[in-house]
Unconditional design. Sequence first.
Length: 478
Amino acid sequence: MRAAPTILHLDMDAFFAAAEQASKPSLRGKPVVVGGLGPRGVVATASYEARRFGVHSAMPMGQARRLAPNAAYLVPRFAFYRSISEQVMELLGRLSPLVEPLSLDEAFVDLDAGGVADDSASARAAGERLRADILATTGLTGSVGLAGSKMIAKIASEEAKPDGLVLIEPGTERELLAPRSVRILPGVGPATGEHLRRAGMTTVSDLVEAGEDELVRLLGRAHGASLYLMAQGYDDRPVVAERDAKSVSVEDTFDVDLHDRVRIRFEVERLAERCVGRLRASGHSGRTIVLKVRRFDFSTLTRSETLRGPTDDPGVVREAAGRLLEAVDTTGGVRLLGVGVSGLADYTQEDLFAQAEAEAEAAHAAEGAAGAAVGAVATVSASASEEGAESDAGAAVTGASAVASVEPEAHEPVERRWAPGHDVRHAVYGAGWVQGSGVGRVTVRFEEPWSEPGRVRTFAVDDPELEPGEALPLVRRG
């Protein structure tokens, strides 16, 4: 525990929703919900206006729509959010070399290690300066907590929301925690909280009064002892700058269970491509390929295969995931599919034999596709994979490799999909975003972050003058 409040916790305010409101003038001051829009989608973030209706993160999207039917419901733009996060993390890095990111919008900072604070006054000044810099750089607000430990700093930032700063003086932790619910402590989730409630402990002061021996009896040695220390406000966890990734993965939940084996194989291959995109963007390669399958009855299966050496080759990952799928029974339907790579390394041991085999299989598949009865053909592409769907978080794939992918037949036109909230550009009207689409039409509102609310126009989904666009910066430079 520190004698000065030099641990800072930053939490951006309703980050995804706030970014959408800042980029879309017509949505400012209105309820906005960001998340998966299908029947099984969940809320990622809700704006403060939407929260007044009871909408919150992790809520099923169907329930959110019933609570706030007039809110704007948007698909996430993770590449956009990541670009803003990088700006915020750069500002944090100017304060200290010890920055511990927890997510795109949340991080701990050791101000003492950066030499910018050694007492309450200097810590508060650093926090206020950070908030001002974030607003000037990104146009968004963040809440700051300052304390002598990570646990208390995080509690302080929650109290500061939205757009505030709360400093908790070291030595006041027990007084602060005593009347609070046990759920405020790290590691106390719904199950542990209920277990403690049945034992007559609902507040933090109840835990202190019960004593360490009783908590150990109820929760086990490790959990009980650590919980007793935290209940007294004691937390000596350091701010850790490097948090090495252990794996990279992507997954999709489908609105309707998949039954067709060919479609399932196609989705696994698509996920493998996206996973490699993230893998390359992080500068890693990996040895172990993991397939995750959640079936119609919610049972979840995972299968893995370890390669001879680390790879970031999409053909290798795709073929390995396909082999794993062959060992999984998908009878009855599939709700969710995921592909991951673990055993990460900072280098790639080229698996030339596997690549050659993959390329040969791709060529063979292309030659025999004309007689395929499944309505799909295998094509060989020598270009780099493009950024995938919105959940790719902006992964940029570099380099080029020969890959086999399943695509619709040439004579079947592919209808472009326009996700609500995503950026577009029209040859005549300029930049805009998708308000909605259906029945062969797409509705677009044309506006920019620094403009007045724009006009709405409707086009055919295949209008040649309408193209996917790039996200505009929230703060106009120059």
